[in-house]
Ligand binder design. Sequence first.
Ligand code: ZN
Length: 337
Amino acid sequence: MLVDVTAAPDFTLKPKVELHLHLDCSLTRTALHRLGNPIGEAEFRRLYTAPERCDSLMDYLRAIGPSCEALQTAPALAIAMDELLRALAADGVIYAEIRFAPHTHQRGGLSLDQVMEAVTDGLVAGASATGIEARLLLCALRDYPPAENLKVIELAHRWRDRGVVGVDLAGDEAGHPAAANRAVFDRAHTLGLPVTAHAGEAAGPDSLREAIALIAPARIGHGVRAIESEDLMAEIKARNLHLEVCPSSNIQVGVFGDYAAHPVDLMSRRGLSLSINTDARTVAPLSLSLEYRRLAATFGWQTGEFLAHNLEALRHAFLPEEKKPALGGRLIEGWGG
Ligand SMILES: [Zn+2]
């Protein structure tokens, strides 16, 4: 067990905002059932989840493989999104930004626009069934050719009024510097698309500095290795960059040795703007409520910390500003702030 949470409160009913989770790492068993795969709980765990601490990146990638394989048809994408929104709502999430790389879902012959039609069908279905607010981020991938990533940016622009609120740089950070995709994100900025970028997870402060300088994101996925540089933490604060922190996910892939060694509490006390996220609900496996219990059990986080970080998440969400006050009101009411 990563953290003993038996003494921690249950946060399931508390309203939450989640800005960083991947569709293809969050395929639910219920979605597979709806797609005609009667997989049992034990088999699902064996095939679709990775160990809480992976010995290698291969352990982790092996668990994503079956989900990616399943998400190559329009019904699969629509049902996966619908069921993910239902799972998020059951976890108390009231606003979520869900990300995926559309060009990784074309192995079954779907065009990029057909991928978007399917995912947004699921988004509408799940949102109307649960009342959750959810939006989409499209991921360009560090290890894909920039020409392919440019298509993702243009796609995000075309689908902006239909659920897409921004773009992300994801993929293999350690082996692929952000520089190769500079022109791709220049185009995103020209189009006025909000940008977030994975950085400071698999690689250290230099990679973070590079992403900040070349990609100019408003938010950073992870960013936790900023803890290795005082200057960098000061720069992140000065630029008002928001960090989408995913503690259990970092432990799972070995960025930090154990939960107590994760810098999220230190970064919070240093006044950095950060949110708490799952990253990969199925691969972990994890809910945001469980992540909160781990924070409560390990660092003694209470209502004050959770409300503050949810409000920071909402403040830096790519959702239109006019939508935010109502959600903020629900956060404050729900946490008794
Ligand atoms: Zn991620």
